[in-house]
Design a protein around this ligand. Structure first.
Ligand code: ACO
Length: 405
């Protein structure tokens, strides 16, 4: 990396890097990626080990505080997070204002941003205790807000959180329990969901995290910063890809199943068609995304445990096989990313497709707040302010009555 700050201030030189593919916007000690080797580490720990041996609480503590917790630290941390799972009763009113068929990501952009109105004191604060409390609040309230968005969309009463359950169990409970019936969370399926969450916790300076940091660089309220991250995550080129993958697989099935794959591949390669193979390709990984590998394993495990034979999994596997043998994808190093298999496993767990990106946002909130906390803890914060290459007119004379004939 070349540090061009000095060069810029002494010579005025700027770099032109659309999409920031070659620009490091900050220093961070949270997540390490080696895109050529397919390595992903949180604070130095391989994602594979955290997913196999850790849990959501460990990994969340690790990302926020830099080290894995001791048993005592974990107990205290768990209590502190759970203190904040409820949301202000007045916030519940917000949900009534949305159309009944509103996309839950649209609801999430609104209600998470609205949290800023309930905690205005945290904007611009330099008090680390207040900053940390805001991070805990966001992590704790996201599952509650997400499940409420789902319940609103299906017209069911909201279910309050249960703090005796784990993060994933509590989320499943709020999603699927109904007041008049008994609902038992399957611990094995909750564990699978927890692994899915761990795989999504952080991924250095992706579009949504960069958005959170950009908003935070102006000292905006952290709740508003996370709302901006949710908006950036929603797009199908980023977190919205998990929903788009499932829709694409469904479309292939509707077109006749695996026989239609060559046509989909042809469209993905056609430069006159804007269609892309969803769940394929990554800015940083030029080999198999390590999260996708783990996601595929979890998918097999969950489907087997539930005795589900999902034709979409057969389509996904065949699609992957054909794409990985195709010169177009090989030449461009396009491999499955984290979103390629996640939709199939979430579908097996009974999560509706519109909620896929919401689940991603819930998990990624941990990374967003860890990155925000890291940024605001630095002694000097420099506002994010990229330059541009101006391509418009130079100075022109004002004309009062423009004649367009
Ligand atoms: N299908 C077909 N072609 C593709 C795909 C794809 N999924 N992805 C990239 N390409 C091609 C591009 O057309 C381009 O071809 P060219 O060199 O002939 O012009 C080449 O590969 C390089 O692609 P870029 O767009 O420059 O790659 P970039 O790093 O900007 O984009 C991205 C990465 C957005 C992830 C892209 O691969 C994509 O759109 N994938 C599909 C959407 C997706 O799965 N997003 C989730 C990403 S993971 C995440 O955000 C959690």
């Amino acid at each position: 990396f070349i540090d061009i700050r000095k060069l810029q201030s002494t010579t005025g030189i700027c770099t032109f890097d659309p999409g920031f593919g070659s620009t490091a916007s900050c220093e961070s000690s949270i997540t390490y990626i080696d895109g050529n080797k397919g390595v992903l580490l949180y604070r130095g720990y391989p994602i594979e080990e955290l997913a196999a041996e850790g849990d959501m609480l460990d990994s969340t503590f690790l990302l926020l505080h830099g080290e894995l917790p001791s048993r005592a630290e974990k107990r205290v941390f768990g209590r502190e997070i759970k203190m904040h799972t409820l949301v202000h009763e007045q916030l519940i009113q917000f949900y009534r204002g949305f159309r009944h068929d509103a996309h839950p990501m649209a609801i999430m952009c609104g209600v998470v941003g609205a949290l800023a109105a309930f905690y205005p004191e945290v904007a611009n604060t330099r008090d680390p205790a207040q900053q940390l409390r805001a991070c805990y609040r966001l992590i704790a309230k996201m599952p509650t807000l997400a499940a409420m968005a789902y319940k609103t969309s299906i017209g069911q009463p909201i279910i309050y959180p249960r703090n005796d359950l784990s993060y994933a169990e509590n989320f499943l409970h709020m999603m699927f329990a109904v007041p008049c019936e008994r609902y038992e969370v399957d611990p094995e399926l909750a564990k699978a969901l927890e692994i899915i969450f761990i795989l999504h916790l952080d991924h250095e300076q992706n579009a949504s995290t960069s958005t959170v940091r950009t908003a935070g660089s102006s000292q905006a309220n952290p709740f508003a910063c996370v709302a901006s991250g949710i908006a950036a995550l929603w797009g199908p080129a980023h977190g919205g890809a998990n929903e788009a993958v499932l829709k694409m697989l469904q479309e292939i099935q509707d077109l006749g199943g695996v026989e239609s794959i060559p046509e989909i591949i042809r469209r993905a390669k056609d430069k006159t068609d804007s269609f892309r193979l969803m769940g394929f390709g990554h800015r940083v990984y030029k080999t198999y995304d390590p999260r996708a590998k783990l996601m595929r394993q979890v998918t097999y495990r969950v489907l087997e445990k539930m005795g589900i034979k999902d034709p979409l999994l057969d389509i996904a596997m065949e699609l992957e096989k054909i794409a990985l043998q195709d010169e177009y994808f090989v030449k461009r190093s396009l491999y499955p990313n984290v979103d390629f298999y996640s939709g199939i496993v979430l579908r097996a767990l009974g999560i509706p497709v519109e909620m896929y990106t919401v689940l991603f946002a819930m998990a990624r909130t941990v990374g967003w707040v860890a990155q925000w906390k890291e940024m605001v803890s630095e002694p000097v914060n420099r506002i994010t302010r990229p330059r541009q290459i101006y391509t418009g007119h130079l100075r022109r004379k004002y004309v009062a009555d423009v004649d367009r004939t």
